[in-house]
Design a protein around this ligand. Structure first.
Ligand SMILES: [Zn+2]
Length: 354
């Protein structure tokens, strides 16, 4: 009996410490209101909003794709319906259609619609990768996001003090052979969708050309806030991203579906990057939820939120199906967690939860 009792007594402070460490991280998760700053809610089922309430999350839901006004209207229907029932819990971003974009009155018509959307509560404008990778002019040239065609639209957005969220290009992996890709979700996706795997389509614009078009947009409109979706398509190297954040004070990025790209880079470097740019990074998942995938996505998002929180808030060893081998959490301080999970969304999307 004696040795047993002694070992418990000796271990007691260690056990206490372990309980209190885990407790602190979980407590903070439960204590702070968090923002998932890039989702696509395409359902009125209240279960997703109730889950967000339980987990302490708010949403920024994003209307996207520029191929048809009908598709945009359909997304807006869901955004407004959910906002009506949960006004403090969700905000939305609008977008525009490229239909008839060579019509001389096209940009005026887009501005007219945006004005109405902003008046009704949209906090920003999304532009998607179909600009640069899908749409072509009547001479069959790709249309890029720095084309003068878009200037009046961005000038209008800046004048309204709204934010642009830009998903331009794809992860750099998209231009690499599958075996050279850095994360398993990209390997799987591009193996299954060769039509989107740019390595196989050298006749399409290059990665560098697309990133440059986005950089040109930032340079042309220095008074316009721009959030680069998906780590601004510079997910593969925090040094590349840091260089843009230094060059463009009007630039921030969301992490939607790209946290795994932090996890495959050098931990200390990523940690230093996040500490240095703690005012320019927005937590996000890219949750897409509709009637078709509802149960699956409900199960996924709760796990994802908790796994990401563990990665940012603890220094525990972790695994993820997206990453080969294990990695270590970043153990960020509470003030930084509060910025990337809440304050930066409020700062970069003014009016977001008003
Ligand atoms: Zn998205």
């Amino acid at each position: 009996m004696r040795p047993f009792r002694l070992s418990i007594i000796k271990l007691f402070p260690v056990i206490l410490l372990l309980i209190s460490c885990n407790g602190n991280h979980a407590d903070l998760y439960n204590k702070i209101t968090k923002v998932d700053a890039h989702v696509h809610i395409r359902t009125e089922d209240p279960a997703i909003m109730e889950l967000a309430v339980d987990e302490g999350f708010k949403f920024l839901t994003i209307n996207t794709r520029s191929n048809s006004q009908e598709y945009i209207d359909n997304q807006m229907h869901f955004a407004k319906a959910v906002k009506e029932n949960y006004p403090d819990r969700i905000s939305y971003i609008t977008t525009f259609s490229m239909e008839n974009s060579e019509d001389p009155s096209w940009s005026e018509e887009v501005i007219r619609r945006l004005q109405k959307d902003f008046e009704e509560g949209a906090v920003g404008l999304k532009v998607w990768k179909d600009i640069g990778m899908t749409f072509r002019d009547s001479l069959d040239n790709f249309i890029f996001i720095d084309d003068p065609l878009f200037d009046p639209i961005f000038d209008f957005v800046a004048s309204q003090k709204k934010t642009v969220i830009a998903h331009i290009g794809e992860p750099k992996n998209c231009w690499l052979p599958v075996e050279s890709m850095t994360v398993n979700n990209d390997k799987k996706y591009f193996k299954e969708h060769p039509q989107y795997h740019m390595y196989l389509h050298p006749d399409y614009p290059s990665y560098e050309k697309l990133v440059e078009s986005r950089d040109n947009l930032l340079a042309k409109h220095p008074d316009m806030r721009l959030v680069g979706a998906h780590l601004g398509s510079l997910e593969w190297d925090v040094d590349e991203l840091a260089e843009r954040l230094d060059r463009f004070p009007n630039f921030a990025v969301d992490m939607a579906a790209r946290v795994c790209h932090f996890q495959v880079q050098d931990r200390e470097k990523v940690r230093e990057f996040i500490i240095k740019y703690q005012d320019r990074l927005l937590y996000a998942t890219d949750l897409v939820i509709s009637e078709d995938n509802f149960e699956k996505q409900i199960a996924w998002i709760e796990k994802e939120w908790r796994a990401d929180w563990r990665y940012f808030s603890t220094d525990e060893p972790m695994d993820s199906p997206n990453v080969d081998g294990s990695f270590t959490g970043l153990g960020l301080d509470e003030d930084i967690l509060r910025k990337i999970y809440h304050a930066n969304a409020v700062k970069w999307y003014p009016g977001i939860f008003e």
